[in-house]
Design a protein around this ligand. Structure first.
Ligand code: EPZ
Length: 420
């Protein structure tokens, strides 16, 4: 398992191209199940999660090939309607094939995803939504079996705004008979992007970009070529890296609108940020002001930026409070940050950070994708060398991370690790 060696203290400067969105690609890829044909998905990031989804689609009979950042998916022949545990356990987003398989073939068997590093990740809203469209759902030995001769449009309200559940139910509804009305649907850019692709395929969807979606089912859809959106979480991570190192960095290939809440908060900390088309320029000369955040659904501060913001506030001259209102206890990065000298306490799902403490390099362990990103960020500003173990977590969602950071002036090396 690889590890990163990071020598702290370098200021980042220069340009970095933001990759296509991991969560964007993972939302669009299962949609190819809905219609036979060959698809091209441009701006697809070369990431472990994309390889995992490609392998899962491959097990269904859909040949996937990534050339650079162009993904070709051949969905002309689907030979299986089962998503086995071996794929789903690696990546929760594998569960997103349930809705399209059910809509197209009337039967699907998909492993329950189980929990993740920071706790339970239920799928009850996915199942309730599909049942509302007429699916018969049974649970057998850790698998969901979904059956429906023909899904029938209906109204469904999501008790919680859920990205995955919205995607699954939306992909089922586009081939259902009649009209489906979804309320409290997720409005994350990845879902809007999925809705746009479905419309391009021939689906009839009103209200995209809002939490009220009205879908008129159609008989068939067609294959398309699509462009994946830029990764707003990767962009936020590099903005924070630039600010933490008191650097001057320009991000390219972004959609600034998708991270306006993060940009706003970073300006509150004292950063100077300029937005120009798909470019974001950031410079920072001082330590950040302590700014509290509370994560929320889009367009609020994403929960996927919470760990990175925690690392950022370690440098603030004062105390800050970080609340994750989306996930309970998504704080596995905190004990590792404490190993670097951070003064953080978690009380009732709020991380209380006493900023300004000296950070010194140490060996730290990645536990999940965004936790490992926060360890990298902290290593960039810690005295001495920080070893970040199990960087395979990072490889799930950050394309060429060490190359991008090195090009910006960071001292970071990927080495094979004899430690687990
Ligand atoms: C997506 O996960 C993202 N993953 C996550 O990013 C992200 O953290 C999350 O949305 C929230 O923005 C992908 O897009 C592949 P949810 P998802 O369903 O769809 C509860 C990353 O780091 N819930 O929106 O699984 C759930 O417990 C990953 O890139 C139910 O209660 O998240 C949570 O509290 C991590 N029942 C809330 O909704 C359900 O059936 C939001 O979860 C579904 C969800």
């Amino acid at each position: 398992m690889d590890k990163f060696l990071i020598q702290g203290g370098n200021r980042l400067h220069g340009r970095v191209k933001i990759s296509g969105a991991k969560n964007g690609a993972l939302a669009l890829m299962p949609a190819v199940i809905l219609a036979p044909g060959i698809y091209h998905l441009h701006n697809t990031p070369n990431l472990r999660d994309v390889w995992t989804m490609s392998r899962l689609l491959g097990s269904l009979g859909i040949f996937c090939e990534l050339n650079g950042n162009d993904l070709t998916m051949d969905a002309r022949q689907i030979s299986s309607f089962e998503a086995p545990y071996e794929h789903v356990k690696k990546m929760r987003a594998s569960f997103y094939v349930l809705g399209p398989l059910l809509a197209r073939y009337g039967w699907a068997k998909v492993s329950l995803p189980g929990g993740c590093a920071w706790g339970p990740r239920p799928v009850d809203l996915h199942l309730k939504g599909l049942e509302k469209l007429g699916a018969k759902i049974t649970l057998e030995q850790g698998y969901v079996i979904a059956e429906a001769d023909k899904l029938k449009g209906d109204r469904f309200h999501f008790d919680i705004s859920s990205v995955g559940a919205t995607g699954n139910v939306l992909m089922a509804a586009v081939l259902a008979r009649g009209v489906t009305e979804l309320t409290n649907a997720a409005i994350e850019p990845e879902i809007t992007s999925l809705a746009r692709m479905l419309i391009k395929m021939g689906a009839k969807i009103d209200g995209i970009g809002t939490s009220h979606l009205i879908i008129e089912g159609v008989e068939t859809l067609n294959p398309v070529d699509e462009e994946n959106i830029p990764d707003r979480i990767e962009a936020a991570t590099y903005l924070i890296a630039a600010a933490m190192t008191k650097g001057r960095v320009e991000l390219e290939n972004t959609n600034p609108y998708h991270l306006s809440s993060v940009i706003e908060k970073m300006e509150e900390t004292g950063c100077n940020i300029d937005v120009n088309g798909n470019k974001i320029f950031i410079e920072m000369d001082d330590d950040p002001k302590p700014i509290n955040i509370k994560t929320s659904i889009y367009p609020g501060i994403p929960t996927d930026v919470q760990a990175q913001w925690t690392a950022y506030m370690l440098l603030a001259q004062g105390n800050s409070f970080i609340t994750d209102s989306v996930y309970h206890d998504r704080f596995k990065h905190i004990p590792e940050l404490q190993r670097l000298g951070a003064d953080i306490n978690v009380v009732d799902n709020v991380a209380i950070i006493k900023g300004g403490k000296k950070l010194s390099g140490a060996i730290v362990m990645s536990s999940d994708l965004r936790a490992s990103a926060s360890l990298i960020l902290a290593g960039l500003v810690s005295d001495g060398v920080t070893e970040v173990l199990r960087v395979y977590h990072l490889d799930r969602g950050y394309e060429s991370v060490e190359k991008k950071l090195e090009n910006l002036g960071a001292s970071i090396k990927r080495v094979k690790s004899e430690m687990i």
